[in-house]
Design a protein. Structure first.
Length: 218
């Protein structure tokens, strides 16, 4: 995949990752164009951020859909109308149907707030602190039907400090997501990174591990 990729961002909440991606699109060099933002909930800040950036924003309301199959069909139809090359999950809190994930295999990405394969699922900050971990972070990965299990492209790693709380850790990790998500998208748009035979390939070779970016501390 290369060229300017038509990209749809799926959101559920604040949309700070969406904002980071949009900001990089404005400054140029990402190689993607956000052609739509879809939220599974009305009234979230991410929708306002999209509108302010002049990006078509719509809600595929999970609650209004009434059932998971109805929601999935509605979302699939909304996506296909936007005809994306890439589907970017940015704080999207729904588990997608296998058929939809398969349809966009190799073209659907997610950011998860942990150093996968550690801590898939929810409450990663709390769980990392409770487990006495010395480091935590975030992973940008291709989406496969198994939750938070797709191969990782980039990770952002922070050290956990003695005084860290869920809030302080989240703040530092999220700042890192805003660095690694645009970078992963740029690699994909440039044709440098792709999913092949279940593995991430970067610059012509399979990655044994995601590329790690360490938090810069002064
Ligand atoms: C991020 O921390 C991401 O890792 C998780 O949900 C959060 C979304 O944040 N999947 P935002 O909506 O992009 O601000």
């Amino acid at each position: 995949m290369s060229g300017t990729l038509r990209t749809v961002v799926l959101v559920s909440g604040d949309g700070s990752n969406l904002q980071a991606i949009l900001a990089h699109c404005v400054t140029g060099g990402l190689g993607i164009r956000v052609v739509g933002v879809i939220s599974d909930r009305p009234g979230v800040r991410a929708l306002d951020r999209a509108s302010q950036a002049g990006v078509p924003a719509l809600t595929v309301d999970y609650a209004a859909a009434g059932s998971r199959p109805a929601f999935s069909a509605w979302l699939a139809a909304a996506l296909s109308r936007l005809n994306p090359d890439l589907v970017v999950l940015a704080g999207f809190m729904r588990i997608l149907d296998t058929a939809l994930v398969e349809q966009y295999r190799g073209r659907m990405l997610n950011v998860h707030p942990s150093l996968l394969p550690k801590f898939p699922g929810l409450h990663t900050y709390r769980r990392a602190l409770e487990a006495g971990e010395r480091e935590h972070g975030a992973t940008v990965h291709f989406v496969i039907p198994d939750l938070d299990a797709g191969p990782g492209i980039l990770q952002y790693r922070v050290a956990i400090h003695g005084g860290d709380t869920e809030v302080s850790l989240r703040e530092r990790v999220r700042a890192g997501e805003h660095v690694i998500y645009p970078r992963a998208l740029a690699w994909i748009a440039a044709g440098r990174a792709s999913l092949k035979d279940g593995a991430v390939w970067l610059d012509g070779a399979p990655l044994a591990q995601p590329v790690v970016v360490d938090e810069v501390t002064s």
